[in-house]
Design a protein around this ligand. Structure first.
Ligand code: NAD
Length: 335
């Protein structure tokens, strides 16, 4: 079944790029990757793949993207880390045009299976007020009080996927991703997330000799972070499964932001003075993934440790950092 057309919407992005690469590695022969960005801005623009630059807010473009497709992974979204989603709520919500038109096009084009990447941001804020978290279970998304802007779009699209399944018989599948990180993603510019931002800040401090780091919030906020390889495995597992629920897809290794900084400092072999920026966007106080349901249904859950994943991520960002800014600091060597 590896010759049916698989479409990855948002294939120029972090997760989409890895997904395309992974599908290719597994021997899928017919892959279409679609993104609005110019090709030279894609994290992975691979040979042997039909790469299309299209704005998927436009329904006609979604029809082109879905034409002939057997499976569609809908990952395209206007998003970023907390610094972006707390300050660009309208832009985040406009992603609803992409999701709506992709669903409509997939239905019209008789796509067999449709995967949608939802988020832990769908969960009710009042379940995430303490750092000392009770991990989020799938049913905690209702009564609805998701992350303003971005989270509402995610919850609405989950609901649309459900109704396209119930009303039109489409095989829609969903995952609620919890913080995904890894190489070949955004590490500067304002859309980067905490793991990449902390790697960059630690290397900047190390190479500049100014041994300080700015941390958003008080550093006590808790999170879990899923390495990209676990995300890819779960995403494909969900698409192929019969489970129609929106399940958590996240690590349950809880860490404070201070703990994440400890890990990166350890990888970099340095200790920094911490400056806390208390008025910076920091999101909810505590969030973790409850993995009971995914284990019950799939007999599997993400398991790559934060330490292992961060080592690989740090090494990649370091190379990027040195390639771009190395001359400023007089370095060329790898980590
Ligand atoms: P990303 O920003 O790297 O990738 C999204 C891609 O969508 C980008 O390349 C972007 O150019 C593309 N895009 C935006 N608008 C478009 C449009 N109008 N037409 C076509 N393409 C468009 O983000 P990512 O981290 O790879 O996330 C992929 C999906 O997973 C998103 O739906 C995101 O909301 C979801 N998600 C990600 C995380 C995470 O931690 N990375 C967590 C929860 C959910």
């Amino acid at each position: 079944m590896k010759d049916g057309l698989v479409v990855v919407a948002g294939g120029g992005g972090f997760i989409g790029g890895h997904l395309v690469a992974d599908l290719r590695r597994q021997g899928y022969t017919n892959i279409r990757s679609v993104d609005i960005k110019p090709f030279d801005e894609w994290y992975q623009c691979l040979d042997g793949v039909e790469n299309l630059q299209l704005d998927l807010m436009d329904k006609d473009n979604c029809m082109t993207a879905c034409d002939g497709a057997q499976h569609v992974y809908q990952l395209a979204a206007d998003m970023g880390g907390m610094g972006f989603i707390e300050t660009h709520k309208a832009e985040c919500m406009l992603t609803v045009l992409i999701s709506t038109h992709m669903l409509m096009a997939a239905k019209d084009k008789n796509v067999d299976r449709f995967f949608y990447s939802s988020s832990a941001c769908v969960y009710a804020a009042d379940k995430q007020v303490n750092e000392d978290v009770v991990a989020l279970k799938e049913e905690d998304a209702y009564p609805a009080m998701p992350e303003d802007g971005y989270g509402w779009e995610k919850l609405f699209t989950e609901r649309m996927c459900r109704h396209f399944r119930e009303d039109y018989g489409m095989k829609t599948r969903m995952a609620r991703y919890h913080n995904v990180y890894g190489p070949l993603g955004t590490w500067e510019g304002g859309r980067e997330k905490a793991p990449a931002a902390i790697c960059r800040k630690v290397m900047e401090a190390k190479l500049s000799g100014k041994h300080e780091i700015e941390i958003w919030g008080d550093g006590l906020q808790t999170r879990s972070f899923m390495y990209i390889d676990d995300c890819l495995k779960g995403t494909q597992m969900f698409l192929h499964s019969d489970c129609t629920e929106a399940l958590n897809l996240g690590s349950d290794e809880l860490v404070t932001i201070n703990g994440l900084v400890d890990i990166v400092e350890d990888i970099a072999g340095i200790k920094l003075e911490r400056k806390y920026k208390l008025d910076a966007p920091k999101g909810v106080n505590g969030r973790n993934s409850d993995n009971d349901r995914i284990k019950e249904i799939h007999g599997w859950a993400p398991s790559i440790t934060l330490r292992d994943g961060m080592e690989r991520t740090y090494a990649w960002i370091y190379d990027e950092f040195v390639a771009k800014y190395g001359s400023k600091y007089g370095v060329t060597a790898k980590v």
